[in-house]
Design a binder for this molecule. Structure first.
Ligand SMILES: [Zn+2]
Length: 334
């Protein structure tokens, strides 16, 4: 019999893993950070860089008899600002070591430059896929306004994929699971069958595989959804009993959740193929056909979703990209 999400949280707490729900200004709501009461005393993710998040982090640590100053290790699960914005403050006050995926460390260290480069990349991608320039200008200013919630992070303990972190009472294996972001890392407690998965899997929402620049800084974009599906298939094979997520409730049947997500992507892929089969279309035209006005207000998100699926179709050899001077269109290969 599987646990309820509530029982899963209790079980995690008995194992010394306490969920701290830290507020964010984003639509996703609170972010789940995890306090690991072990040797060393560890915080997994921090929440965004805001006074409100800092207050809550302090008071939720205090409920467990700790302060920020007591933290000895900070673990960062991935590059998104709702997860790492308080890192600099936490490190300044605690002197904690910082563990994160080694190949992401340069990116984490150069947060501001990186955010700027990411924005430029996104604008170029949107224009190439037919999104009107005025829409990209609006989105870029939204992105700039969010930047204050982030922080640069100096990684002092770079992790290899598969590396095992040893604590007084447990081991956690760091496993790279790119897709939602290129730096997504999950932490596996094999003995207790608990997976700390952050945004790799979220129970109530499908994680967005946003198109980004790859971690190596090359200009070739990632195939985010292709990578994400690969990653989910690997996680599906893990004998996890509890998956602790970066948002919302714990997942107690990750196989069923992953199967549901894979089926959803399969359906969406066929829907997009059908639209392309009617006539060649840009990514933006596909997004508008599916989401209407949301393709304008959430242009980058919906475009990422479309490109994720056209990547699958490209890899299957069912569609191809045809570029003119202005935009790229997709057409079928038949
Ligand atoms: Zn995220």
């Amino acid at each position: 019999m599987s646990l309820t999400p509530e029982q899963a949280l209790e079980q995690a707490a008995l194992a010394g893993i306490h969920c701290l729900r830290i507020p964010t200004p984003f639509a996703v709501g609170r972010v789940n950070c995890y306090l690991l009461e072990d040797e060393p005393l560890t915080l997994i993710d921090t929440g965004p860089n805001s006074g409100k998040a800092l207050d809550e982090l302090q008071s939720q640590l205090a409920e467990r008899g700790h302060s920020i100053e007591d933290l000895e290790l900070l673990v960062i699960t991935h590059q998104h600002i709702d997860h790492l914005g308080l890192a600099e403050i936490v490190v300044q006050r605690s002197g904690a070591r910082v563990a994160a995926l080694g190949i992401a460390s340069e990116r984490l260290a150069n947060f501001d430059e990186d955010a700027e480069a990411e924005d430029r990349f996104a604008v170029e991608l949107m224009i190439r896929n037919g999104i009107p320039e005025e829409v990209t200008v609006a989105l870029r200013s939204v992105s700039r306004s969010f930047r204050g919630w982030g922080s640069h992070v100096e990684v002092t303990q770079p992790l290899e994929d598969g590396e095992v972190l040893t604590f007084g009472n447990r081991t956690l294996q760091a496993i790279h699971r790119p897709g939602h972001s290129p730096s997504d890392t999950v932490f596996w407690d094999e003995e207790r069958k608990i997976l700390i998965a952050a945004d790799h899997l979220i129970a109530h929402i499908s994680s967005n595989p946003l198109i980004t620049r790859p971690l190596d800084g090359s200009s070739q974009r990632t195939q985010a959804l292709v990578a994400y599906i690969e990653s989910m298939k690997k996680t599906r094979e893990m004998p996890a009993e509890i998956v602790l997520s970066g948002h919302g409730e714990p997942i107690v049947d990750h196989v069923a959740l992953i199967d549901e997500r894979l089926a959803k992507h399969e359906r969406r892929k066929e829907k997009i193929y059908g639209l392309i089969a009617e006539r060649p279309r840009t990514g933006y035209e596909i997004a508008q056909a599916i989401w209407g006005n949301v393709a304008v207000t959430q242009a980058f998100l919906t475009l990422s979703e479309v490109i994720g699926h056209t990547d699958l179709l490209l890899n299957e050899g069912r569609v191809r990209e045809v570029a003119d001077d202005e935009v790229v269109r997709y057409e079928t290969t038949l």
